[in-house]
Ligand binder design. Structure first.
Ligand SMILES: [Zn+2]
Length: 690
């Protein structure tokens, strides 16, 4: 470890607004010494809990545990946010070096024998202590966390368990860094006019911008593996050879022989996860992971996935037939390949619904869509967002907003980091610098949303596709789950709910984007200010059902392969072969394929929170489709009473209530499957894809 600098800005008081650190002063070299010191303090806090004379009770043990480790949490959050959004070779080295010590620390905390003994003592008397429902929930969650981290294992086994956790932490860091390296490494340079055939203006602008960011000569055009470039390229490029080349690079991430090869990394992760499962008495990792979920068991998840898969396969086949017919009508012979699907699908969509993605984008400028999502939050929950240009985050692109609650009180800080950069991981996500709580002093939440939109050219706005706008709303739904949290304890705050519940607030929020009322008001042409034509909205809505077969099959296939590989006993030797065989068993159409292939499936291997949990999006979609129906039944997408119930039982409740209870309190009953099938156009079997 490097020498401790004289003043480490991570260890002095953080005086920036909302308790943010002085980002400009933080250097990669500050992290390891700061983390080390914060871990030391955390363990000292635990020793204090353990060595009290007073017998264990809720406050001196359970609430005290929830208070402990606040400094470490905040430093770790800064490191995680920086390595995800604005990384560098130095930060990546820190991340690699810190992974094992942080995992070891987590094991030491959760297995702390004296603290766990006190926790067990309180847990044993939990019915007699007169605890509130939230206190009871905190006690149960902390107890479960400890047990699942190995606190009940015999000491010799605990040593092995902690080693496994450390190795896993190192491997998942490597996995993520390998994917990022493969993405940063690739670019398809478009050379002459022939390379540009079919590409709309927005894509050329984005390719020019991507080239600028990569320091390429003036006027160069680069297609990178960023989703907001590669997907439109596969959708519009008339050059089948270029589509194929780009597609191969995209699906090959993490699978190239050499230093960034993830195949061995995945194999080892699976082996270690099996060891964890066995230590907990489970047959396989999927069983172990699902014990602590709303679904509780594999059979419940498979039942849902199988039902949807069964309906989606014929829908995808009907789509494929339509694409083939379109190909033939353009005089194209041969088979439809994976790099053709989006291209011909766009042609069918355009022909059937008279929708052109390039026609929609001018109405969906990023700024206006941000206004739209804030406006929806205001109409639903009474909150207001104000720019805070004085708040400096870690990159000039990051925009800060202060949130005020319905009473006009400052209630949180919302950071938006919307643009793609080479030093940022792909995808879109929400994370936090701090969660709301009342137990570590009154802490207001500091929440960040990351997107990877291709930035508009100088002097022009960033224009979104309808999918991009949906992603924006999705992440803001997670953001609101963090920002609106009103719980007592840190551990129960915001998005720290069971993982098959976490996508409910995000997916639900997407519904408001497609409300005609919202689009009419906010989707305005960036040049003329004209609202989006209502017949375009109607066509957009009709077209939403086009392509659901493809989407559902590529998603469900990924979720099923995730379950399959984690239901094995850690004995998969050839990852690529396993994937091929699993897809063949399922009957996955070759031209569709998985949404994320195993070697770059970050949900599964860049961490463990979605491992054998990729199904959660569909699980939550059952909830969100059913939940939005509550507004439909009330006859108003902003119905005050329904919104109030939604706020108090879902968005503000964090994990202070068990998810089934939270949902039932909101809806008056458990969710039904029907609304999801209807939303995906899969409700009636045998209908033509429309
Ligand atoms: Zn999400």
């Amino acid at each position: 470890m490097p020498e401790t600098p004289v003043t480490n800005p991570l260890l002095t008081e953080w005086t920036a607004p909302f308790g943010l650190p002085d980002f400009a002063a933080v250097q990669p070299g500050h992290f390891l010494p700061a983390l080390k010191e914060a871990m030391r303090r955390h363990l000292a806090e635990l020793d204090d809990i353990a060595s009290q004379d007073a017998p264990p009770d809720f406050d001196n043990t359970v609430a005290a545990l929830d208070r402990a480790g606040a400094l470490l949490y905040r430093i770790d959050a800064v490191l995680n946010n920086l390595t995800a959004s604005n990384t560098s070779a130095e930060l990546q080295a820190v991340q690699r070096e810190a992974a094992a010590p942080l995992a070891a620390h987590d094991s030491a905390v959760k297995m702390h024998p004296l603290v766990f003994a006190r926790l067990e003592a309180v847990f044993g008397q939990r019915q007699q202590l007169g605890l509130t429902a939230e206190q009871q929930r905190l006690l149960e969650r902390l107890h479960t966390d400890a047990v699942r981290a190995g606190a009940q294992l015999p000491p010799p086994q605990q040593v092995v368990y902690a080693q496994v956790m450390q190795e896993l932490a190192q491997l998942s860091t490597r996995f993520a860094q390998n994917v990022l390296a493969d993405e940063a490494d690739y670019q398809l340079l478009l050379q002459g006019p022939a390379d540009l055939a079919g590409l709309p203006g927005f894509l050329l602008a984005a390719a020019r911008q991507a080239a600028v960011e990569r320091g390429l000569p003036d006027g160069a055009l680069a297609i990178t593996l960023n989703r907001s470039l590669i997907e439109p390229f596969l959708t519009f490029s008339e050059r089948r050879d270029l589509r194929e080349a780009a597609w191969r690079a995209w699906v090959g991430r993490g699978e190239r022989a050499g230093p960034t090869d993830n195949r061995e990394v995945v194999r080892r992760i699976l082996q270690l996860r099996q060891q964890l499962a066995v230590a907990h008495g489970a047959a396989c990792y999927a069983d172990h992971a699902l014990t602590d979920s709303m679904a509780e068991r594999q059979s419940a998840v498979r039942e849902l996935l199988d039902e949807v898969w069964r309906r989606a396969l014929p829908a995808a086949e009907r789509e494929r037939q339509a694409l083939l017919a379109m190909m033939r009508s353009h005089g194209q012979k041969g088979e439809l390949a994976a790099w053709d699907w989006r291209y011909w699908s766009e042609k069918v969509r355009k022909a059937r619904y008279d929708i052109d993605a390039a026609e929609v984008k001018p109405y969906l400028s990023l700024d206006r869509m941000v206004e739209a999502m804030f406006d929806c939050a205001r109409r639903l929950f009474g909150v207001r967002f104000e720019r805070r240009p004085d708040v400096q985050a870690y990159h000039p692109d990051v925009v800060a907003w202060e949130m005020f609650d319905i009473a006009g009180q400052s209630a949180g800080l919302f950071l938006q980091d919307n643009f793609a950069r080479q030093a940022k991981r792909s995808g879109a996500w929400m994370s936090d610098f701090n969660f709301q709580s009342l137990n570590r002093g009154v802490t207001r939440p500091v929440i960040v949303n990351n997107n990877n939109f291709a930035k508009g050219a100088a002097g022009e706005p960033t224009l979104l596709s309808f999918d991009d706008a949906q992603t924006l709303f999705h992440e803001f739904g997670h953001g609101l789950h963090g920002l609106l949290s009103r719980v007592g304890y840190h551990r129960l705050s915001g998005t720290q709910v069971l993982r098959d519940f976490v996508e409910l607030p995000s997916q639900l929020f997407e519904h408001w984007l497609s409300q005609p009322d919202v689009l009419r008001q906010h989707a305005r042409h960036w040049q003329t200010g004209e609202p989006i034509p209502m017949n375009l909205v109607a066509r957009l809505k009709a077209a939403e059902r086009w392509g659901q077969g493809y989407e559902t099959v590529s998603y469900c296939g990924s979720a099923l392969v995730d379950l399959d590989i984690h239901a094995r006993h850690g004995d998969v030797t050839d990852i690529t072969r396993f994937e091929t065989e699993a897809l063949a068993r399922l009957g996955m159409p070759a031209a569709v394929g998985m949404r994320h292939r195993l070697c770059h499936f970050q949900h599964l291997f860049a961490g463990s929170s979605y491992a054998s949990g990729y199904y959660v999006y569909l699980w939550a979609e059952v909830l969100d489709a059913d939940a939005f129906d509550a507004f439909v039944e009330a006859g108003d997408p902003f119905d005050k009473k329904v919104a109030q119930r939604l706020l108090s039982h879902i968005y503000a409740a964090g994990d202070s209530v068990a998810p089934q209870t939270a949902y039932t309190s909101f809806r008056g009953r458990l969710p039904k499957l029907g609304p999801l099938l209807a939303k995906r156009g899969l409700a009636e079997e045998g209908l033509p894809a429309a």
